[in-house]
Write a protein of this length. Sequence first.
Length: 331
Amino acid sequence: MSVVLSTEPLAAADRAERWHEAVSGTFMPMDVNLLEKEPRPGTIVSSRLGTLHISRVQAGPQVVRREKRHISRDDRRSLVVSLQRQGTATKEQDGRESVIGPGEFSISDSSRRFGIKIEGEFAFTSFHFPREELHVRDKDLQALTATTFTGREGSAALVATFLARMAREAEGFDDAAGHRVAATALDLMVLLIDERRGRSTSGGPRVAAASLERVKDHILRHLADPDLSPSGIAAAHFMSVRYLHKLFELEGTTVGGWIRTQRLERCRRELLRPMAGEVGVAVIAQRWGFVSPSHFSRIFRAAYGTTPREWQLQGRPGAHCGDTGGAPTEK
């Protein structure tokens, strides 16, 4: 559920105070100075995905600063990722200054002083992650604050695309899906930070393994769907099909091969159940996502060296799948 804060109903003279309250209440204690004599309306639309706080902000020119006195009153540590959608922002933190334009993003750390100046009408989306959930070293994060990430190539492009889509579709996620999506966003941030710090070989495999486990969980929950495909799986996890295939290459298999293996194994188990003879081979195959009975029989024989019907006849009533046969080969 989204929370909307807007100064549009207020008179221009009252907007500055209300906007300061809205910004500090939504994000963290900060100084907010509007740069217009008659401030234009500002709007903040906020939502949550797990522990991730997402806010879409639109307003006029202003300067925002977080000082030591603010940090002493509110010591919660957050990683703030700001994805610029309109206008240009100048960010300053840790001795660096950078300019962030539309389609670009930057990182801020709430535990240290920072400043933001926006001289025209703007819109951006911010993502607040609890710092303790981002498993990177402080010095690595500090080296990348107030840095412009273009979002056009590499991990930065993956992060920008994922965050933008996640913000657009946040209302459609239930609690469980929201936590999974937020966890993926954290994994991608770790990947980006490690890559920029020259340690893509240390953080990359761990992040990829976590992403792969979430993809596998999704596949297993949709295994019976005959339309399950790499493109649909990638879309559900806000990643490219190419990146999805790379995840499975880490285990020496393919997306299609892994899906086929899981479906075959479930069919093999079910064919040994006492009531399987009454249900029939074709129905069991269809139950696990196989559309063509003849195709199912061919790949079953290729995997196990016997036809589904022969396997069914060989099985003892009540036998478990672990009693006979071997696992199919993923191709």
